[in-house]
Design a protein around this ligand. Structure first.
Ligand code: ATP
Ligand code: MG
Length: 391
């Protein structure tokens, strides 16, 4: 008998044209890479279930379990015990393995799944047998097939029988990498880590881009972004942050353009640079944490002017969410506490007192035409610093 097994149930493959094989291959390689950070594990996939077993004492099964709840493409994560496919042994295993669960629950039922049809008892017979043995061992926990507090799961699979209590919900979504690549604009704020997480959940591999305005924004502000990206690797896998030097562009805009257009013109530069980084990396979209009406640069008119300079789709997964919903997600994914550290962002440098909220695209384009746009973009792209996070 072994307690050291984790069973992962895979999510639905929703995209037509995305075949099961590529979905499964991406998922398995993502899982293996996450587990390498923890210890030695054996992983294999059979019958739409991924099995994870610790190979030695370096394989911390609790840490592996925790990590697996953050892998996209998995709907349920189960800690399970396994034994030989023998009804008596299964009942004994259930009695010992689920002791704490059976002692704390008032009612239970047993649910069996039998993918190995050669097993002599059918699902109902096996559930009745194991249920009877459990009821005898734990007389204070009564059988309730309608609304039990505890559901004991027994699965008869190819290699062995598995026993587990209620499954833990997985991260859902699709395996990172199976829906292409996008760049994600990552500031140090609350929103953009959440937007990054949401697009990763749809199976997209992400390249974080951060605009850095040293010395107006500090080294600590950059470290904060690195830390946020590091936290996101639990969900997104390893990433390389592209840190773009943005100071010269901001100074040029400040010196040569009207103050009320400062943010708008700055955001157009962000998009142009993001598009260049996308092209260099095969990325097909730009992700931002924009949210309708949240600030002056997030009106529909302002977004039209920002997006006019790129051909790529701009994905804004937070566009219709309330701040509380975004904060709730930020807390869930563990980025909130880092996001609220009080370092300045480049958007807060030279912020206009009266930003233009309803700009016309042609006006913004005319006002920025005094700048050497291509030269500034090239200079910024050439100065990019790349920082790897995660493994
Ligand atoms: P966040 O909390 O993500 O900073 P925000 O509500 O503060 O968002 P803005 O500052 O207007 O909004 O920025 C809108 C979006 O632009 C951000 O969500 C992010 O995607 C991108 N962005 C802003 N500043 C930067 C930066 N310094 N580097 C990279 N992207 C940025
Ligand atoms: Mg911000």
């Amino acid at each position: 008998m072994t307690n050291n097994i984790i069973l992962l149930k895979l999510g639905e493959i929703v995209l037509k044209g995305l075949n099961r094989r590529s979905f499964e291959q991406k998922l398995m390689s993502n899982i293996k890479r996450r587990l390498e950070r923890i210890g030695n594990f054996k992983t294999y996939l059979m019958q739409s279930t991924v099995y994870i077993e610790a190979l030695d004492e370096t394989g911390d099964i609790d840490a592996a379990f925790e990590a697996m709840t953050k892998v996209f493409g998995v709907v349920y994560v189960n800690r399970a015990a396994s034994c030989e496919k023998d009804a008596q042994k299964i009942a004994e295993l259930a009695i010992s393995y689920l002791r704490d669960d059976m002692l704390s629950a008032k009612s239970f039922k047993v649910e069996c799944k039998r993918s190995d049809k050669r097993f002599p008892l059918n699902s109902i017979e096996l559930a009745q047998f194991v249920g009877g043995e459990l009821a005898e061992a734990y007389p204070d926990c009564t059988v309730d097939v309608h609304e039990p507090e505890l559901t004991v799961h027994v699965e008869i699979r190819d290699l062995a029988a598995y026993v587990h209590a209620a499954p833990t919900p997985g991260a859902g979504g699709m395996p990172v990498g199976c829906n292409g690549i996008a760049v994600t604009l990552l500031s140090g704020g609350i929103d953009s880590p959440v937007s990054t997480y949401m697009i990763a959940k749809r199976g997209v591999r992400l390249i974080p881009v951060h605009f850095f305005s040293f010395p107006y924004t500090s080294e600590q502000a950059k470290q904060k972004v690195v830390e946020l990206a590091e936290l996101l690797t639990d969900y997104c896998g390893a990433m390389t942050i592209e840190v773009v030097p943005f100071t010269h562009i901001q100074e040029e805009i400040r010196d040569k353009c009207p103050e009320e257009y400062f943010t708008l013109i700055m955001r157009r530069f962000m998009m142009r640079i993001a598009q260049r980084i996308a092209a260099a990396n095969g990325a097909k979209a730009i992700v931002t944490g924009e949210n309708l009406g949240q600030v002056a640069s997030q009106t529909m008119e302002a977004m039209a002017s920002t997006q006019a300079v790129t051909d790529l789709p701009v994905l804004q997964p937070l566009i219709g969410m309330d701040k509380e919903e975004i904060v709730r997600l930020a807390r869930k994914i563990g980025t909130f506490d880092t996001s609220i550290l009080p370092y300045e962002d480049c958007c807060t440098v030279f912020t206009p007192k009266h930003p233009k909220t309803k700009p016309k695209v042609y006006e913004v384009a005319a006002l920025e035409s005094v700048l050497d746009i291509d030269g500034l973009v090239n200079e910024a792209v050439e100065g990019i610093e790349r920082i790897k996070v995660g493994k």
